[in-house]
Design a protein around this ligand. Structure first.
Ligand SMILES: C=C(O[C@@H]1C=C(C(=O)O)C=C[C@H]1O)C(=O)O
Length: 397
């Protein structure tokens, strides 16, 4: 699909994004695929860890094919905790087309703004400090090498959020992200993730883990200094290496070949610098593995959970006062032919009318500093604060 963008700031209508107000519209846009879907033909709520999961998926695909759909798709979200129910569905209507790749700045909606009526961090600053200090103690006395801990920012806004306008802003402000808007039972999960867990095209797998972060600065020199310091930081390189090693070890038994950069590169979002590694692998010949089999081996990576996974998961449940739900889980789609794309649900919000929840986590290793983790998680929330057009909110407080 080729979309020509006239020179005006906001026209969701043009892109049918305005349909987003029909709260059942699903959208996932990457530089490879734009998938939109609407309506529920069949649902899958089985947890990914359940033995029957793949059987349930096959049953849904078979039923869709019997209705005459050649290559049906599933869209939705997979939670952080694989033992929790998924929210996946075979839609009544869907399309998969070339992504929106034109001049994203044309999407920017400068008049879109919100005021905060109430805000609360969960945990608050004191609770966060205690949580990270407890994690640091555990890191020194346990086999735990890395743990990712998060906070939630709950906002009450001055009015109900117009989802299509929010989505156009998300796309305009974060042109190279994975954009998503996923209707869930608790609200709409919407955001601009920089991180790809897995894209599967036939037998080829792509992954792009990130770990190691620095806040960007409006001052050019300071911004360069921050990126340089990130690249030189032993602590961040260590955090990153843990993630890449875990993904490589998980992929090795499944693939016949793998390409991965020897050193992480730097990538930037409008608000953050990250260390990034591109990974490409070919599944073993005659592999019968589905994309969900691969996800089960990878998710949650040490970028979202920590390492070793089980131990980190256990400590997250004990230390975090909130349930993550779909935050730091996955959003995406897959088809019956085995293709699909799943991004990690970060830099996102859950929106229900004027109630908004933002999420951000950070990797903690023995060299971590408590206040830096607070600032890093606040900086990560800035992606969505900007998308809502919220001005003058110092979320470091
Ligand atoms: C958990 C988040 O980000 C993850 C953690 C990172 C880190 O600890 O450096 C970097 C990118 C993401 O993998 C988030 O944005 O909420």
């Amino acid at each position: 699909m080729d979309v020509a963008f006239p020179d005006y700031d906001y026209d969701a209508e043009l892109l049918s994004l305005s349909d987003q107000h029909k709260t059942d519209l699903f959208l996932f846009n990457s530089s490879h695929n734009l998938v939109r879907a609407r309506g529920v033909s069949q649902k899958i709520e089985t947890p990914l860890s359940a033995k029957t999961f793949q059987h349930d998926v096959n049953k849904v695909f078979d039923a869709e094919q019997r209705k005459g759909i050649d290559n049906p798709i599933l869209v939705g979200a997979i939670p952080f905790d694989l033992d929790q129910p998924c929210q996946l569905l075979a839609p009544k209507w869907s399309e998969r087309v070339k992504p929106f790749s034109a001049d994203f700045p044309a999407f920017k909606d400068k008049d879109f703004s919100h005021q905060i009526i109430n805000h609360a961090f969960k945990p608050d600053h004191t609770g966060f400090v205690n949580m990270i200090e407890a994690a640091l103690l555990t890191l020194n006395h346990d086999d735990l090498k890395k743990i990712v801990l998060s906070k939630i920012l709950e906002l009450t806004l001055d009015r109900s959020v117009d989802i299509p306008r929010l989505l156009t802003n998300i796309m305009g402000q974060n042109p190279s992200a994975y954009h998503f808007s996923v209707p869930l039972e608790s609200g709409i999960l919407i955001g601009a993730s920089p991180e790809l867990l897995i894209r599967k095209e036939g037998n080829t797998l792509y992954s792009n883990p990130l770990a190691g972060s620095a806040k960007r600065s409006k001052d050019l020199q300071e911004d360069r200094r921050a990126s340089h310091a990130l690249q030189q930081s032993k602590k961040d390189q260590y955090e990153h290496r843990i993630v890449v090693d875990a993904i490589r070890s998980a992929l090795i038994p499944m693939v016949q070949s793998m390409k991965l950069e020897a050193q992480p590169s730097l990538i930037s979002t409008p608000t953050m610098w990250h260390l990034s590694t591109q990974i490409e692998a070919i599944l073993a010949k005659d592999s019968e593995l589905s994309i969900f089999d691969v996800i089960k081996q990878l998710h949650p990576t040490p970028a979202m959970c920590g390492t070793p996974t089980g131990l980190a998961h256990h400590h997250i449940s004990a230390l975090e006062p909130h349930k993550r739900g779909f935050f730091s889980g996955l959003v995406g789609w897959c088809d019956a032919q085995g293709n699909g794309e799943w991004a990690i649900a970060i830099r996102c919000a859950e929106v229900a009318s004027n109630k908004v929840r933002l999420f951000a986590g950070a990797g903690v290793v023995p060299d971590s500093c408590v206040e830096s983790e607070w600032r890093e998680t606040s900086a990560k929330m800035q992606t969505m604060i900007n998308a809502f057009g919220i001005k003058g909110f110092n979320n470091d407080d």
